[in-house]
Design a protein around this ligand. Structure first.
Ligand SMILES: [Fe+2]
Ligand SMILES: [Fe+2]
Length: 273
């Protein structure tokens, strides 16, 4: 589905990612109540001043991928002060996403603006941790970029394309990243590719575009770690302003503190990110 967004001036976006909402409202992830930390982030977005034009929720929406968790997730997302769009991560399942999030907007993959287009790419493989962009998805993406040569492009996807410097995480990046990078290197109107999955802030410039990662709305992974390790940084989100000349501003925002329940088990139980 294509969503046409009628705004001629700069556009403000917010990306939230890796919400990992559980089936049960009180369930914890490494001692953190993921439902409540998402609530903290949404409160932070609401308190941060003028509402953004839209919010993109970039995968690992839920932790187990069950219908109950998507219902809890939606009850939180409904508090966002802007229309929101989602894409799946490795923890998500498409069937409950489709049945619970039945609103047409949530099936949007392409958002058309006067000066930009925003593309939401599916890199998830059911029941796999690592990412892959299916050939059908790649064909759709290449066509969407080719058909809008006069619009700057911003791409959002769950898994990263490049290593972020964590030995345990980097093998999980998109398996066919080279195919995507070849496409992107040959798409001069592309300006940014932004992912989740790595639960940490990261950025790298490449030719005419930037690759960026955004912190999770719950637990954060420690940068440059060989093995699984967490940081105690607060939950976060990223905001963007897309300007009409193809430039953009972006900033990671942190909200409050990371709240861990004392005595709760730490770690991820072997089911990483
Ligand atoms: Fe993930
Ligand atoms: Fe995640």
């Amino acid at each position: 589905m294509i969503y046409h967004f009628d705004k001629s001036a700069s556009v403000s976006l917010v990306q939230i990612t890796d919400c990992h909402v559980h089936n049960e409202r009180e369930q914890l992830l490494s001692g953190v109540n993921t439902h409540d930390s998402l609530g903290q982030v949404i409160d932070g977005i609401r308190a941060a001043g003028p509402a953004p034009d839209m919010v993109l929720v970039t995968g690992d929406l839920t932790h187990e991928g069950d219908e109950r968790a998507y219902r809890l997730l939606l009850s939180q997302l409904e508090r966002l002060p802007a229309p929101y769009f989602w894409l799946p991560g490795n923890h998500d399942h498409l069937a409950p996403m489709a049945s619970i999030g039945s609103e047409q907007r949530l099936r949007t993959k392409q958002i058309i603006l006067p000066h930009w287009q925003i593309l939401l790419v599916d890199s998830h493989v059911e029941d796999e941790v690592a990412g892959l962009v299916a050939q059908s998805e790649l064909t759709w993406l290449a066509t969407a970029l080719r058909e809008q040569p006069d619009k700057y492009a911003a791409i959002f996807v769950h898994h990263p394309l490049l290593p972020v410097g964590c030995d345990w995480l980097d093998p999980q990046r998109i398996a066919n990243a080279e195919q995507l990078l070849t496409l992107f290197d040959n798409t001069p109107q592309l300006r940014l590719v932004c992912n989740g999955h790595v639960h940490q802030e990261w950025q790298q410039e490449r030719q005419h575009y930037w690759l960026l990662s955004t912190p999770s709305t719950c637990i954060q992974f420690k940068s440059n770690s060989v093995d699984y390790a967490e940081d105690d940084f607060p939950p976060g989100y990223r905001r963007f302003t897309l300007h009409t000349d193809g430039s953009f501003d972006t900033e990671v925002m942190r909200v409050g503190e990371l709240v861990r329940v004392a005595g709760a088990p730490r770690g991820y139980g072997g089911d990483y990110n």
